[in-house]
Design a protein around this ligand. Structure first.
Ligand code: ADP
Ligand code: GN1
Ligand code: MG
Length: 368
């Protein structure tokens, strides 16, 4: 079977209890961390599947990560079923490996998992209409609501300090000092932009530490393409659950706004195309707050608009840090990819800063 990868996919797939006969497996999606493949089967009656190699350099404890995903999908699945929905399409379904575990390890030490493929869906790297944004907001809002009462001990922290801006800034300063690729001289403007905003961007972390905002179960990677819409653009399923763990609501609201409101691609080189679309902001905020305003506390709502600026700042900082470090974290497709991404994030942030008063007004209105 031909595939654009060095892995022996058929033998990986044989380790799982899939139905039907394997027809093919091909790279799928556009993620920066894991490897994803669409697995097709020959029989009309057998489902297709999504196969993923979980990046175990980034996620240091994959068994515990998979335990989180099992807990999250079974909790959310039970709620969907109880309300008359279809858990096979409205949440991810893990396919067990032959030993019953939700993952399998290959001879090279790679961790693999398989989900049911949810067909007839679309996901958007760039949001086209406010109606799509509204649906995405409802989906991530209700995901958060459904997880509010997940039983048992707190979910495992799959990446420590993932959105801890203080730690991200200290790593940035360290990599800047080392300057292993001699790139610092070419990014002076970006460095100044990061430093001048550092105090404001520490707000959410500080409020969390002071106990003014609660810790919840959050998704933490609510990129808009991590929600599947159906062919009529109705919200269907929240995916990409590797970073579901304790966090603040701001990380989820903010990362969706970072991706949904951007008029251009995350890595757009022509910065004149990168702006924040306020109509999309409003539609997403409306959907998200319809699902969450009943339980969010006033201090959380008050800082939602700020969180939309925080996420382009954090992710831009991470792209910049990876550029200075020699591109060890995010998959890149050309040498300047990480700095292009960072510049586009900082341009988006500047556009949000210009529209901040409107963003605050909209959040206020949607929270009533
Ligand atoms: P990454 O972490 O690399 O972004 P994702 O889990 O988001 O990986 O998967 C990559 C893409 O594969 C998604 O954007 C989505 O289009 C598709 N995808 C993932 N899981 C499923 C699924 N169960 N059914 C249908 N499509 C899926
Ligand atoms: C990564 O894997 P993917 O593409 O969904 C990253 C996110 C960033 C995002 C930027 C585990 O997400 O934090 O926001 O790239 N995931 C991890 O596009 O670092
Ligand atoms: Mg994804």
């Amino acid at each position: 079977m031909a595939n654009a990868t060095s892995h022996d996919l058929p033998s990986v797939i044989r380790n799982f209890r899939i139905s039907g006969t394997l027809a093919g497996a091909a790279p799928y999606g556009s993620g920066h961390i894991n490897e994803t493949f669409l697995v097709t089967t020959k029989e009309e009656t057998a489902p297709d599947y999504i196969l993923q190699r979980v990046n175990h350099v980034v996620f240091k404890n994959v068994p515990k990560l998979m335990d989180n995903i099992e807990r999250v999908t079974s909790h959310v699945g039970a709620k969907i079923k109880a309300s008359g929905g279809n858990p096979d399409r409205q949440t991810l379904t893990l396919i067990p490996a032959s030993d019953g575990k939700p993952y399998a390890v290959d001879g090279a030490g790679n961790f693999w998992r398989i989900y049911l493929f949810i067909d007839d869906t679309q996901s958007y790297d760039i949001v086209k209409t406010p109606a799509q944004a509204y649906e995405g907001g409802k989906m991530f809002g209700s995901f958060q609501r459904m997880l509010a009462d997940i039983p048992g001990e707190p979910l495992f922290e799959t990446i420590k300090d993932f959105h801890n801006i203080e730690w991200r800034l200290s790593v940035f300063e360290e990599k800047l000092k080392a300057d292993v690729k001699k790139r610092a001289a070419s990014v002076g403007k970006e460095i100044d932009g990061v430093r001048s905003r550092a105090v404001e961007m520490n707000t959410i972390l500080r409020l969390g530490r002071e106990g003014a905002i609660p810790t919840r179960v959050t998704h933490n990677d609510t990129k808009f393409n991590n929600v599947l819409l159906d062919m009529n653009d109705k919200g269907l399923c929240v995916i990409d659950l590797d970073t579901v763990m304790p966090g603040h609501v701001h990380y989820d609201f903010g990362d969706s706004m970072r991706t949904a409101t951007n008029t251009a691609a995350e890595d757009e080189k022509d910065l004149s195309k990168v702006e924040m679309n306020i109509a999309i902001f409003e539609a997403y905020a409306k959907g998200f707050l319809e699902e969450t305003r009943a339980f969010l506390v006033p201090a959380e709502i008050e800082h939602l608009a700020l969180s939309a600026k925080l996420m382009p700042y954090i992710i831009g900082l991470r792209f910049l840090t990876d550029y200075l470090d020699g591109d060890n974290y995010f998959k890149i497709h050309h040498p300047e990819h990480n700095i292009d991404r960072a510049r586009a994030q900082f341009k988006l942030l500047a556009s949000m800063e210009r529209q901040f008063a409107d963003m605050k007004r909209i959040v206020e209105k949607c929270s009533k």
